[in-house]
Write a protein that binds this ligand. Structure first.
Ligand SMILES: [Fe+2]
Ligand SMILES: [Fe+2]
Length: 252
């Protein structure tokens, strides 16, 4: 017997919330989150050239995070969802203090690490490491999905961004610990502000908000399907990016 689901069937908020939470939890098994790059990054120290490639490509996409969030704000309709999204953007922009904008703190950390590895000051804007095709594709395509005319698709992409961010930063931080010998004992931790602020609090809150934002956008099975499309599009772009970074590291 074939059961045909009525796509327009209405879902109460709690039902939408629990379905979307299950989807979000599933990202732990996606190659955006579980991949050979993270295994390599955590298991050993890489060369300066390799760290530069990782740093350049990570920074290029992460510095566009406020743009993705701003696009999400423009392309969603629910007032609570919009208010939560503004709070996320406010975090990314350092609560109004440009010196604390997340992209600024990240750049300082990466340049500090590369400068120690190279034994000379390094400016991430002028390093030789290329921005890989999958990084450019991730930037372009993600801005497309964050600008979708379907608010559910936008909320799905935001959900993926916020739910993959926590394990991403835990994995990256664990790998960064391989280089703590380049720093003084306390100095290493002083330099890890970017990781600590995300792992400690910020990303936990973003996960909660992205979930409630997504649940508010979904009133039917069809809405959930659109949300899933945005969610997997963004995770697939991330997975392709880590896969290419890994391939280039192995080839070099
Ligand atoms: Fe951030
Ligand atoms: Fe976040």
């Amino acid at each position: 017997m074939t059961v045909i689901l009525d796509q327009t069937v209405q879902l109460p908020y709690e039902e939408a919330h629990s379905r979307i939470q299950a989807l979000a939890l599933g990202c732990a098994e996606h190659p955006a989150v579980k991949n050979p790059f993270y295994d390599l990054w955590i298991s050993q120290e890489l060369t300066a050239d390799q760290v530069e490639l990782v740093a350049k490509n990570f920074y290029e996409r992460v510095r566009r995070t406020p743009i993705r969030i701003a696009l999400a704000f423009l392309h969603m309709t629910d007032i609570t969802a919009r208010a939560e999204t503004v709070e996320n953007l406010y975090d990314e922009m350092g609560h109004g203090n440009p010196a604390k904008a997340h992209s600024v703190i990240l750049k300082e950390f990466l340049e500090g690490l590369l400068s120690r590895l190279r034994g000379r000051p390094v400016d991430l804007d002028t390093v030789a490491a290329p921005v890989l095709p999958s990084t450019l594709r991730l930037i372009e395509q993600s801005e497309k999905v964050f600008s979708s005319s379907l608010p559910q698709e936008v909320c799905g992409a935001l959900l993926a961004q916020e739910w993959h961010a926590y394990p991403q930063l835990v994995n990256l931080y664990e790998g960064v610990r391989n280089y703590r010998g380049l720093y003084g004992f306390e100095e290493f931790h002083e330099n890890c502000e970017f990781f600590y602020l995300h792992i400690g609090a910020t990303e936990k809150q973003h996960k909660v908000h992205a979930l409630s934002t997504a649940a508010k956008a979904c009133a039917s099975v069809e809405d959930i399907e659109q949300l899933e499309r945005g969610f997997s599009t963004y995770l697939d772009l991330l997975a392709e990016n880590w896969a290419e970074v890994y391939q280039v590291l192995k080839a070099g």
